[in-house]
Design a protein around this ligand. Sequence first.
Ligand SMILES: Nc1ncnc2c1ncn2[C@@H]1O[C@H](COP(=O)(O)OP(=O)(O)O)[C@@H](O)[C@H]1O
Ligand SMILES: [Mg+2]
Length: 207
Amino acid sequence: MNNINKTIKGVSLLTDINLALESGHIYGFVGDNGSGKTVLFKVLLGLMHKTSGTILVDGREQKDLMQDVGFIIERPEYIPYYSAKKNLEIIAAYRKVADDQRIRTVLEMFGLDPSDKKAVGKYSLGMKQKLALSMAFLEDPKVLILDEPLSALDADSVQEARKRILEEKKRGKLVLIASHYPEDIQSLCDEVYWMKNGHVLPSKENK
Ligand SMILES: Nc1ncnc2c1ncn2[C@@H]1O[C@H](COP(=O)(O)OP(=O)(O)O)[C@@H](O)[C@H]1O
Ligand SMILES: [Mg+2]
């Protein structure tokens, strides 16, 4: 990321974000509510236009990271009257990367039962979060952008999700995680960036 700026109606939401991130690493973004974590992730994903700056992948400028990325941003998008498996089948049908076995595997990875016929609209918050994680991991993407991925999960599920995220790092993936609870992600991350008012604080101010 080179000099990423995002301004809306004269208000600066991101200021001069310069970061170089490497595959095989987990990067944490922590900061209070409203510090710009979600806006940064949306800009990276191309869900929000940046005002200026460049995003380079392997040295080449990209409009966004949308190719080969799995993500969780805010609420998971799902069809409430379908089961978790059916929801994943609908996503998988677009690109035909994930087969039926992979769908079962990612659901089980996060503690959901592939044979559960319950409509996901009736899921608890934690179950919806597990569905969101399954969706992000579905196509085994090179990059994972996870905004508050551990929210609403019970203690055992947090441990399980951490384990899964670490496995992805070991498999050479690039993982970005945002959380307003530093202790949630610090142990998981190779590097933690602190955000405040749309700035990433210089590393000496970090921690
Ligand atoms: N679409 C938008 N229009 C205007 N302001 C926005 C928009 N989205 C986010 N913001 C503002 O940007 C700031 C950072 O928000 P956000 O990135 O969601 O914070 P967080 O670090 O909690 O994820 C907040 O002040 C928020 O109100
Ligand atoms: Mg946020």
